[in-house]
Design a protein around this ligand. Structure first.
Ligand SMILES: Cc1cc2nc3c(=O)[nH]c(=O)nc-3n(C[C@H](O)[C@H](O)[C@H](O)COP(=O)(O)O)c2cc1C
Length: 320
């Protein structure tokens, strides 16, 4: 048990959130994380509305005691329909991302849903607070998936966001173990959101090829692309090279969209095409050397974080 405002608000044992991830975090991953006492999120951003409903019903059927929710990217074409499904299915927690949550907040809050929004600057964290969210996730440049344009790293983003808002801040980007979590809490965060580490677990629905690639990745294998469109952190492959080449010669939005094409993320992350697919993952991939069960990840991170915090004064005396 690590008690913070985030554990109180969401009713979880550990202030750890498994970030919503397209093609990776379906009901199985969210359920495994929830069972272990953290918050598991179904990533709606790669689903159709019907599929989202199916995943929600499957996780409900598990009858788990833990807490789970849905990550709803606001810019997504089905956002409106999915918000309705969330209400109909009486989902208790929603993490919105990629756009302003303002439009949805009162509808969710009226039904007692706990809402957090993912953002990438202290200024936007303030806007989230004004919009009425219960907590804000601030995600640094190290993170996998879509990324903020301002390229703030977690280390500078978290303390400045904590100073800027009164609501609890959840730190994201580059956190993959108990050390990272302890550091985030030391900077004033009330919890952590983790993506990459959970993508490399047994219950993640990432393709086995992609999981294998994560195991082999070095910390310098991921790059931020598409800064002018929607920045995304990916692992280098042939498709990535084409995007970079086009960006270097100043290709316009239309050409870049053509290179991205349709279903590029599915091709890479879900179907396992490591050459032509888009493979979103964070810098933390360099630290991943195993594919444990998601519950083991939660337990190890929470245990190590607690131990580090308890031992900190002794560590400082020994090491400095
Ligand atoms: C494969 C992948 C897909 C992601 N998809 C989404 C998404 O659909 N919506 C979202 O809000 N964040 C998404 N993210 C970001 C995560 O929810 C999380 O904030 C981020 O991964 C944290 O940084 P980390 O990867 O360093 O742990 C994705 C991340 C990864 C690695």
């Amino acid at each position: 048990m690590i008690a913070t405002r985030v554990t109180e608000i969401f009713g979880i044992r550990y202030p750890i959130v498994q970030g919503g991830m397209i093609w990776v975090s379906g009901w199985r991953l969210a359920a495994a994380v929830a069972k272990a006492g953290a918050l598991g999120l179904i990533g709606a951003g790669s689903m159709t509305p019907d599929l989202l409903r199916e995943h929600i019903r499957k996780i409900k059927k598990e009858g788990i005691e833990g807490v789970w929710g849905v990550n709803l990217p606001i810019f997504f074409q089905y956002a409106e329909e999915m918000a309705q499904i969330v209400l109909e299915e009486k989902v208790r927690v929603v993490f919105t991302s990629g756009g302003s949550p303002r439009k949805y907040i009162s509808r969710f809050k009226e039904r007692g849903i706990k809402v957090a929004h993912v953002t990438a600057t202290p200024e936007l964290a303030v806007k989230c607070e004004e919009a009425g969210v219960d907590a804000v996730v601030v995600e640094g440049f190290e993170a996998g998936g879509h990324n903020g344009r301002d390229e703030l790293t977690t280390m500078v983003l978290v303390p400045q966001s904590v100073d800027a808002v009164k609501i609890p801040v959840i730190a994201a980007g580059g956190i993959f173990d108990g050390r990272g979590m302890a550091a985030a809490l030391a900077m004033g965060a009330s919890g952590v959101q983790i993506g990459t580490r959970f993508a490399a677990t047994r219950e993640s629905s990432a393709h086995e090829n992609f999981k294998r690639m994560m195991l082999e990745a070095s910390p310098t294998d991921t790059f931020l692309i598409l800064r002018k469109l929607i920045p995304a952190r990916v692992i280098k492959n042939a498709w990535y090279e084409r995007v970079v080449e086009a960006e270097k010669r100043g290709a316009g939005e239309e050409e870049l969209l053509r290179i991205i094409g349709e279903k590029r993320t599915k091709m890479g992350m879900f179907d396992g095409d490591l050459v032509e697919g888009e493979l979103q993952i964070g810098q933390a991939a360099g630290a991943i050397r195993d594919l444990p069960a998601a519950g083991e990840v939660v337990n190890a991170i929470a245990r190590d974080c607690e131990q580090i915090m308890a031992e900190m004064p002794g560590r400082l005396l020994r090491n400095q």
